[in-house]
Design a binder for this molecule. Structure first.
Ligand SMILES: Nc1ncnc2c1ncn2[C@@H]1O[C@H](COP(=O)(O)OP(=O)(O)OP(=O)(O)O)[C@@H](O)[C@H]1O
Ligand SMILES: [Mg+2]
Length: 460
């Protein structure tokens, strides 16, 4: 549980690697960090294994420089560009009348078993939308409740196997075996939303360099995820093409002068209406461009992204029921004036911009919207507020208790002094804590008669 974790956010503009573990107070303790320019990744997909693996390897090696800890587990973000999500449900009998983690695991596995997973897709998340004990509805946490029947309704995220295999291959070259995949938008939401927002409902939109990922929460659960293959790099390309300037110059104009609210007209107080930009092909040559023209180009692209997201939310029925509102994050949320534009487009739905919860450390600041995904990966794997769900290995993730971390840490520390027995002791401990002992059901083995008996057991 307090193993050393390597978290990697494979973005299209940057690859962020962080090594971390729990400290004694069950805070997330950062041991090493790195942000490297991304290569071989576009629209959330690895398009060149060699380039991508080199960039990932560089990031991991830099993060490793400040720690001698051996990495035990790893978690990697995946894009919504190759995911499909479905809903399912399951129910099991509770033989002893008391719901334990065994029944919770069984009902989650049953809901997964009942789902029709598209061939060539792999399960990434099985998240409970609500539990039901006998006839009582919407039980938050069924553990230790008394009842004879446990039901669950779940949201299942699956991802294209080939895309996951490419990520695994890229990481294998760096000597890393992936333990867990986490949906990018889900990670962002975990790092951004507080408990109240999760409960009342909220939509998180992460606008990165080539992708826009969004997820919706309701009643403490993930209920929807979406994706649009457009991001801030499209603005750079638009500026580059329309102003005949190299992409690097276009990126500079975007970040330095990009604003949807500044008055760039001839009557402005800023005293500047035009900028000089290099010409593509001959960077010695410069041309002058009006800033309000640049503003119009940027405005058009951001408007397009926000409307495309709005249309998807509307189609899925989420827009009429967004709860506490929409939170925008990701690198492009740095653009001045994105909030008032979003307020206009989303017709009065509360809009906010958010950075992830900062994790104090001596290496780098996480207080930046670009860091939402990486912080989410850390909180997902090491945070203490998580609830029950099946991870990408179909293992039950359990809420982590502060006390358990401290106890385990104490036992591990003792084991250093009692070397001869330490291995056995650790094994015992791992067995107790290891969710794999709650064995997942295997669909391929459950056919015909056994499937019939599992249905029969549900009736009684
Ligand atoms: N002030 C700004 N205005 C517009 N865009 C900005 C600004 N600051 C940063 N960006 C853009 O944010 C992007 C980087 O954001 P982020 O790190 O979230 O993307 P990523 O995770 O690498 O990409 P993706 O999630 O699409 O794979 C870059 O394209 C950068 O140009
Ligand atoms: Mg990103």
């Amino acid at each position: 549980m307090n193993n050393t974790l390597l978290a990697i956010d494979i973005g299209s503009s940057a690859i962020t690697a962080v090594i971390a573990k729990h400290d004694l107070e069950s805070n997330i303790n950062i041991l090493g960090t790195a942000v490297q320019k991304s290569e071989g990744v576009n629209k959330g997909i690895i398009i060149n294994i060699e380039e991508a693996s080199k960039a990932i390897k560089d990031a991991i090696n830099i993060a490793k420089r400040s720690t001698t800890e051996v990495i035990d587990t790893s978690v990697v973000s995946i894009s919504g560009s190759y995911t499909k999500s479905i809903r399912s449900s399951g129910s099991v009998n509770v033989p002893n009348g008391l719901i334990t983690e065994t029944e919770i695991n069984q009902v989650m596995q049953m809901a997964l078993y009942n789902a029709t997973i598209v061939p060539e897709y792999e399960v990434v998340h099985v998240v409970p939308i609500f539990f039901k004990v006998d006839d009582s509805v919407d039980v938050d946490n069924p553990l230790n409740m008394n009842g004879s029947r446990l039901e669950v309704s779940v949201y299942i995220v699956t991802a294209k196997r080939t895309a996951l295999t490419n990520i695994k291959s890229a990481l294998k070259i760096s000597g890393v075996d992936i333990t867990r995949f986490v949906l990018d938008g889900y990670a962002s939401a975990i790092s951004i939303l507080d408990e109240q927002q999760k409960k009342f409902g909220a939509t998180v939109i992460n606008i990165g360099s080539t992708t826009t990922e969004f997820v919706c929460y309701k009643g403490n659960s993930l209920i929807y995820n979406g994706f649009i293959p457009v991001g801030s790099n499209h603005i750079t390309n638009d500026l580059s093409v329309m102003l005949h300037t190299p992409p690097a110059a276009a990126e500079k104009i975007k970040t330095e002068y990009g604003s949807l609210t500044k008055n760039y007209s001839s009557s402005n107080d800023l005293g500047v209406t035009k900028v000089k930009i290099p010409r593509i092909g001959d960077e010695e040559l410069h041309s002058e461009v009006a800033l309000d023209h640049i503003q119009t180009i940027i405005h058009a692209r951001i408007e397009e992204i926000l409307i495309l997201v709005k249309n998807q939310l509307k189609k899925s029925g989420i827009l009429d029921n967004v709860g506490s509102g929409i939170v925008i994050t990701g690198g492009m949320s740095n653009l001045e004036g994105i909030k008032p534009l979003a307020i206009k487009i989303y017709d009065g739905i509360p809009i906010s911009l958010s950075n992830p919860k900062n994790i104090e450390n001596g290496y780098m600041s996480f207080d930046d919207p670009k860091m939402s995904t990486i912080v989410g990966l850390l909180v997902y794997s090491l945070g203490i507020n998580r609830s029950y769900e099946l991870d990408s290995s179909k293992k039950l993730m359990k809420p982590v208790k502060k006390q358990a971390i401290a106890e385990e840490k104490a036992i591990n520390n003792n084991s250093i002094n009692t070397k001869s027995t330490s291995n056995n002791h650790r094994e015992d401990l791992n067995l107790k804590d290891d969710p794999t002992i709650l064995t997942p059901l295997r669909k391929d083995k459950k056919k015909g008669v056994s499937k019939f008996w599992s249905k029969v057991s549900e009736w009684f």
